[in-house]
Design a protein around this ligand. Structure first.
Ligand code: AOF
Ligand code: ZN
Length: 347
């Protein structure tokens, strides 16, 4: 059992917070944060990675340290991911830490990629004290889509649905605004910030004409670099006036096989997909076994008729029911207009 100091543990929490900062676009790289501690355990600097092509967290922290006039000699770097050992778009961080004279490195998780792994061994070989495993679980949660994509070669898929108590996502006449109250809709909107791509079917575009963008509470769109790719899957023609086509950050895929869709997105370095509808597409993804996480917003309301959240995906007997694991249930309630959020994993 490796012992970590209180200062290192506090620094790792801070590095995790920095890594999760909202100015970071989802993108192909993991979220990584770094805090530099003095010999006596004081925080001297922090840094985080802001997306592919920008400085890695360690280099960002070393730069901030230098800017405030401190030397890195003899310090401890606390990082959420093993320092990389490769020259990619930037790097290698192992060398940058060595050059700066860092005496100790504490990190949460090993880098699982073939090209970047090995930083810990390189640092240890050069005489730096290296300890791993601090807050590994929290780091894995933060980097989950990236770790998933590295492991499986395809993006992680989160399916978001909003339905009544009787599982319907629209009324019989196709009207659906709004089944869930504003608190649930705001929460659902936040999900988009964690994703590289939002996928819908042509049916949803024709029925709802969604913009599929990230906007704030005042409906102002977030900067373009934070906007996910909007992906429309299906064969029905999309009118040129559709809001999903508003700028170039979209992709039309006539391909309906979920594996082919995910391959096309993996080729664009998409790590996390938010599937937002509708029932035909959801059923295809469920049937293909490629939904990894479900986020359901359930309104305390009934419709009695209208489409269900998913079409038939092949379960005909109770023994084959798809149950979620790692379930969390929360009541979202703003001003007495509640909804229930159920999240869980599949597969
Ligand atoms: C680190 N610190 O902050 C990050 C790391 O070629 P690049 O520059 O885009 O490098 C991306 C790879 O580097 C990524 O796949 C992962 O293995 C590692 N990310 N490593 O030491 C960081 N973001
Ligand atoms: Zn690096």
């Amino acid at each position: 059992m490796t012992a970590f100091s209180i200062a290192e543990t506090a620094a790792m929490h801070r590095a995790l917070d920095a890594a999760a900062s909202p100015d970071v676009p989802a993108g192909p790289n993991p979220r990584v944060g770094c805090v530099i501690l003095s010999r006596t355990g004081d925080v001297l600097a922090e840094g985080h990675h802001r997306g592919a092509g920008t400085a890695h967290a360690e280099v960002d922290a070393l730069k901030n340290l230098a800017a405030s006039g401190f030397s890195a000699r003899g310090t401890t770097a606390v990082v959420t991911l093993e320092p990389c050992n490769h020259q990619g778009r930037t790097g290698p961080c192992s060398q940058a830490l060595l050059d700066a004279g860092v005496a100790k490195v504490v990190y949460a998780l090993d880098d699982p990629t073939a090209q970047a792994r090995g930083g810990a061994a390189a640092l240890a070989a050069a005489g730096v004290r290296v300890q791993r495993g601090l807050c590994a679980e929290q780091a894995a949660r933060l980097m989950r889509p990236w770790l998933f994509a590295v492991r499986t070669g395809r993006p992680m898929v989160t399916w978001k649905l909003a339905a009544t108590l009787d599982g319907r996502i629209a009324a019989a006449d196709a009207t659906s605004r709004w089944i869930t109250p504003p608190a649930a809709r705001h929460d659902a909107h936040r999900l988009r910030r964690d994703c590289d791509a939002i996928v819908v079917g042509t049916g949803t575009v024709l029925a709802d004409d969604p913009a599929l963008t990230i906007r704030d509470e005042t409906d102002e769109p977030a900067p373009a670099r934070l906007q996910p790719l909007r992906v429309v899957v299906g064969s029905r023609p999309v009118p040129p006036t559709a809001r999903v086509l508003a700028d170039d950050n979209h992709l039309l895929l006539s391909e309906r096989d979920p594996h082919a869709v995910l391959n096309a997105l993996a080729a664009r370095e998409i790590r996390h997909v938010l599937l937002e509808g509708g029932p035909t597409l959801a059923a295809a993804f469920l049937r293909a076994g490629v939904i990894d996480e479900v986020v359901a917003y359930i309104a305390p309301a009934l419709l009695g008729a209208g489409p269900a959240a998913t079409a038939d995906f092949g379960v005909s007997t109770i023994a084959d029911i798809l149950r979620l694991g790692q379930v969390h249930v929360e009541v979202l309630d703003a001003g007495g207009d509640p909804a229930i959020r159920v999240t869980g994993d599949l597969g």
